[in-house]
Write a protein that binds this ligand. Structure first.
Ligand SMILES: [Zn+2]
Length: 358
């Protein structure tokens, strides 16, 4: 399978149009914020917002997609179907509901997990005035993950060495070294950036506006690429004794709560959700990720490393480029209607439980 520039442009535009038209049909208000850069074939890119319910309500429910660009294809479908099925009532008096489509529209349309600056947005929400986090373990994997030449032999080496490293060290430590984030190599995988990205500034402005007058908020950010195929796992940071975690448990018994990363721990600093909680410390804000599995970790890593190579050393508009863009879609979208149905039903339960919480 191949995915050329025209194919990518059409996919993005179709996802966006479906979201906007379903929102309008359901009586939601929409607005669009244009991204400064173009998509494949010169198309215009947007972060789109749909809102409904009562803006003066104390409670904000927000569902976001595409923080990791291409992961937005599944998130977009889920959002569009939630709108079509009226899962959050457009006229709810006790809830202000907001959906943000394509937090990172550049990565979404270009089939990248990162943004226009090669930045993983979930490593970008750090304090750039403080010393940058250091991920020493990343160095060990740098040359494996960031080759100058890309060919079949290299692909075999990557998969073999990644599988061997997982067998030797365990998935956790490898995942942490590779995916924890790094702020030293702008062309490397999992780069966190050198300042607040366009997407960060945009979503923070949306939050500031939507949080006006709110006392309580639930934010659900939809992701893909980690876990069992089609299974959606809810994740957040915190400790069981915290009020916001107790609130989470009343909505979703099965949410997975991890300890917050410490200052010496590079793993998962700069994540979107915790930043929202930090921006509104006086309000009861709960930000969670709904993460869906797609392919095994080695295949996902293969797609990301290939795509990173492509953008720094290859040509997107080439047979190799088309093949890698399809690899990315395979790694972050569920090309199976049954699994997508399962994924949707899970999201419907998660979102409706959050909608009922007031
Ligand atoms: Zn993600």
């Amino acid at each position: 399978m191949m995915m050329d520039l025209a194919g990518m442009a059409e996919r993005y535009l179709t996802a966006r149009d479906t979201f906007l038209s379903n929102a309008r049909k359901a009586g939601w208000q929409t607005e669009s914020i244009a991204h400064p850069l173009q998509g494949p074939g010169g198309i215009t890119l947007h972060t789109d917002i749909a809102s409904a319910g009562n803006p003066d309500s104390d409670y904000l429910l927000m569902v976001t997609s595409g923080t990791h660009g291409i992961e937005g294809y599944l998130g977009s479908e889920i959002q569009s179907r939630l709108l079509a099925e009226g899962i959050v009532a457009a006229d709810a008096r006790d809830c202000h509901a907001v959906m943000v489509h394509a937090v990172n529209p550049y990565g979404f349309a270009w089939h990248r997990r990162v943004n226009e600056d090669n930045v993983d947005l979930n490593r970008n929400f750090i304090d750039f005035d403080a010393p940058l986090p250091v991920n020493e373990d990343y160095e060990e994997f740098y040359s494996l993950l960031n080759p100058v030449e890309w060919n079949e032999q290299y692909e075999e080496t990557l998969k073999g060495e990644a599988a061997a490293a997982i067998a030797r060290l365990g998935l956790g430590p490898v995942f942490k070294a590779v995916s924890g984030g790094q702020y030293r190599y702008p062309q490397g995988l999992q780069y966190g950036g050198s300042g607040p990205s366009w997407s960060r500034q945009t979503i923070e402005a949306i939050w500031s506006r939507m949080m006006t007058g709110k006392k309580c908020a639930t934010q659900i950010d939809i992701h893909t690429g980690l876990g069992e195929p089609g299974v959606g796992v809810l994740l957040t940071y915190g400790a069981e004794e915290q009020a916001r975690i107790r609130r989470a448990r009343t909505m979703w018994e099965d949410i997975f709560v991890s300890p917050p990363p410490g200052s010496g721990d590079v793993m998962a600093q700069g994540v979107l959700g915790p930043r929202l909680e930090e921006m509104f410390p006086k309000e009861d804000v709960l930000a969670v990720v709904l993460e869906y599995g797609t392919l095994p970790p080695v295949d996902v890593l293969h797609g990301i490393a290939a795509d990173n190579w492509l953008h720094h050393h290859g040509r997107i508009d080439s047979p190799a480029g088309s093949r890698i863009k399809q690899l990315m879609l395979d790694a972050f979208y569920l090309d199976d209607a049954g699994l997508r149905e399962k994924a949707y039903l899970r999201a419907r339960d998660v979102v409706s439980a959050a909608g009922r919480y007031v």
